[in-house]
Design a protein around this ligand. Structure first.
Ligand SMILES: [Fe+2]
Length: 276
């Protein structure tokens, strides 16, 4: 699976963090505005020296940003957990894939769906193939690409939907269970810890099972989510809630490949060198 974000996305998100327009970035770097426009729209890969210049003014790690600009880094998969199966399914909204997950306790077979996607037929048929009937739906947030299929899944499985207390309730269920920071959900023998990770949305929540984090659109391998509600909140969610977990913790995001805390601390241009 390719990285979710390319150089152009990372630059736009870093500008967003400084509330800079593209013109502000042109002024800070002396790069031609046309070049910058082409870089941000994925049409031009700049020289390494220009990537370093961009990294420096945007508070990004230069070598990590070069690796992504040159397509030279991809994360190794996190280790599997012996206590559960985690099946990642690509559910498409148009041409745009979202990672949804089936989480099955190995001891009891009890299963949860994490994010529904917009068109959850893939999830329903995979659950049938696995011979499981999910007993709960966990939403990381309510965006339509993650929760648009809630009605169809609720009809198929007739189960409760967990969502953070600060997140708007999406259509499609009349059986919501509301969670907040520190809450624990039990799935068979598994304990699922709720960690509030706002910033992409006001009520974004990540779910931690042992050393596996299902994090929605908070952090991507090599980048961060889009800060729709607050850039500062999102940055703090990542640095204070996600990247302080043990290095071996697997991060399974809503888009792009899975990664680990340790790999993001060493390769993510937003966070490399900031986590001690
Ligand atoms: Fe989202």
């Amino acid at each position: 699976m390719p990285l979710e974000d390319e150089l152009g996305d990372i630059l736009q998100k870093a500008r967003d963090g400084k509330s800079w327009s593209r013109d502000d970035l042109v002024r800070a770097t002396d790069l031609p505005v046309d070049d910058l426009q082409r870089i941000e729209s994925y049409q031009l890969t700049p020289e390494d020296s220009d990537v370093l210049k961009l990294a420096q003014v945007l508070d990004l790690d230069g070598p990590a940003l070069i690796d992504i600009a040159q397509d030279r880094w991809e994360p190794d998969k996190p280790a599997d957990d012996p206590d559960f199966d985690l099946v990642c399914l690509n559910v498409f909204m148009g041409e745009y894939p979202v990672n949804c997950y089936l989480l099955r306790c190995k001891a009891t077979g009890e299963t949860a769906v994490v994010d529904t996607g917009a068109n959850p037929k893939t999830i329903i048929s995979k659950a049938r193939e696995m011979g499981v009937r999910p007993g709960m739906i966990l939403l990381t947030h309510a965006h339509p690409d993650h929760a648009g299929g809630l009605g169809e899944l609720s009809d198929a499985f007739d189960c409760p939907t967990y969502i953070d207390h600060k997140e708007p309730r999406p259509k499609g269920s009349n059986n919501f269970k509301i969670v907040k920071e520190g809450d624990e959900i039990t799935l068979g023998k598994l304990r699922i810890q709720c960690i509030e990770t706002p910033g992409h949305t006001t009520g974004g929540v990540s779910y931690l099972i042992n050393q596996t984090l299902l994090s929605g659109d908070v952090i991507f391998a090599g980048s961060m989510g889009r800060a729709n509600s607050s850039w500062e909140d999102l940055f703090n969610s990542i640095t204070k809630k996600v990247l302080c977990l043990p290095d071996a913790t697997g991060i399974h995001p809503g888009h792009g490949p899975a990664t680990t805390v340790g790999q993001e601390k060493n390769h993510n241009p937003f966070f490399k060198g900031r986590m001690g």
